[in-house]
Design a protein around this ligand. Structure first.
Ligand SMILES: *Cc1c(COP(=O)(O)O)cnc(C)c1O
Length: 371
């Protein structure tokens, strides 16, 4: 594959990660009547993007003990309607790329890497995002680089790059009013956020999103209706913010590694299991995932103790509840491993605002947890 990529990683900057995915699918001529395979245990943004180009999402299950696509299950779900595969590197743990790329190649299907959780993870010495025909990134809350909102596409082949560059002309900048509000939201977050305030901030953000004051993470899913987001580029403000942070990526990565290392060493409770990564990979975590018995009770205890522990993904197509799964084409019981993971997986912060002291508090909280 030609490694002809633009030297500016956010040249193809879009309003959100999902918009970058939709733009990539368009660039690959994926349209109505086509299926796009993706994993269950994902965020609704992924099927939303697939549906935004008129295609249908089809879900494959994750590994029995992991968080990424199970290659054998993926292959079983390929049909003549399948036009592309989205491969997610969940929490920054690289998916089994050798097997997945081999399957894709045998079926003549392009692979798009979902790099929303990682910029720096390695698979067999290769960086996530460089192995498929393209990759997409998100700069929302909870991602490695936080700008509040924004996404980008990386393209690994010159024909697709030319095509997407051409189509990029059709995207317009977001309204200034909205960008101002996002700026304010970002500044408030930067100044105020501490891991010990996680639960309060999360509650406030959800309440403000409901009121329409803050831009929420999720759009309501409506059939035959594409949100305006899909016509928009990244704002200049967010572009510069992401560029600044990318220039300091090494520092951020070192911090993420340091904090993840503390969890790896410090969490000694047999009731808490790690998520193993495939051989020959190097994971730079967006968050550090663990598997626990009694997820709901653990989260409640964490909230009371003001400990930052995140619950996602809470459903196979987060945050959609069972009644809405049909809207995005997910059939209950079709991906049992993904459903199981939603009931046992939580994740710990490694982001820039996580101090050693925060990590120590989390570790002793977890080591005291009796399941
Ligand atoms: C956040 C996220 C997305 C979507 O990103 P947006 O910028 O919110 O559109 C897609 N996939 C995964 C795995 C994500 O975590």
């Amino acid at each position: 594959m030609t490694a002809e990529v633009s030297s500016d990683p956010i040249e193809l900057g879009y309003f959100r990660g999902r918009v970058a995915l939709a733009a990539t699918l368009k660039g690959l001529d994926v349209a109505a009547g086509d299926d796009v395979l993706t994993q269950a245990f994902t965020c609704v943004a992924v099927p939303e993007a697939i549906m935004a180009v008129g295609a249908a999402p089809v879900y494959a299950d994750i590994e029995s003990e992991g968080v990424n696509l199970d290659p054998a299950d993926l292959e079983r779900r390929i049909t003549s309607r399948t036009k592309a595969i989205v491969v997610q590197h969940t929490f920054g743990i690289p998916a089994r790329m050798a097997e997945l790329l081999d399957i894709a190649k045998r079926h003549g299907l392009p692979v798009i890497e979902d790099c929303c959780h990682t910029l720096e993870s390695l698979y067999d010495g290769k960086k996530a995002g460089t192995m498929g025909v393209a990759a997409f990134y998100s700069y929302e809350w909870g991602k490695p680089i936080v700008a509040g909102i924004g996404g980008s596409a990386r393209v690994n082949g010159s024909a697709l790059l030319t095509r997407m560059r051409g189509d990029y002309e059709n995207y317009r900048g977001p309204a200034t009013g909205g960008t101002w509000r996002m700026k304010l939201q970002y500044t408030a977050f930067q100044t105020l956020f501490r891991p010990s305030w996680y639960w309060q901030v999360r509650g406030a953000f959800r309440a403000l999103s409901k009121l329409g004051v803050a831009k929420g993470n999720y759009n309501p899913i409506r059939a035959n209706e594409v949100p305006e987001d899909y016509e928009l580029r990244m704002s200049q403000f967010h572009r510069e913010l992401v560029k600044d942070k990318m220039a300091r990526l090494e520092e951020l990565t070192a911090h993420q590694r340091l904090i993840a290392g503390l969890y790896l060493e410090g969490v000694r409770n047999p009731a808490i299991r790690r998520v193993e990564a495939p051989a020959r990979t190097d994971s730079v975590y967006a968050r550090y995932p663990i598997r626990v018995a009694g997820k709901e009770r653990l989260l409640e205890a964490a909230r009371k103790a003001r400990i930052e522990i995140a619950d996602w993904y809470t459903t196979p197509v987060h945050p959609l509840q069972t009644a809405d799964w049909e809207l995005v084409g997910y059939r209950r019981g079709s991906c049992p491993n993904a459903e199981k993971r939603t009931s046992e997986l939580v994740s710990l912060p490694v982001h820039a605002k996580t101090s050693r002291r925060d990590a120590d508090r989390i570790i002793s909280f977890l080591n005291r947890w009796s399941g």
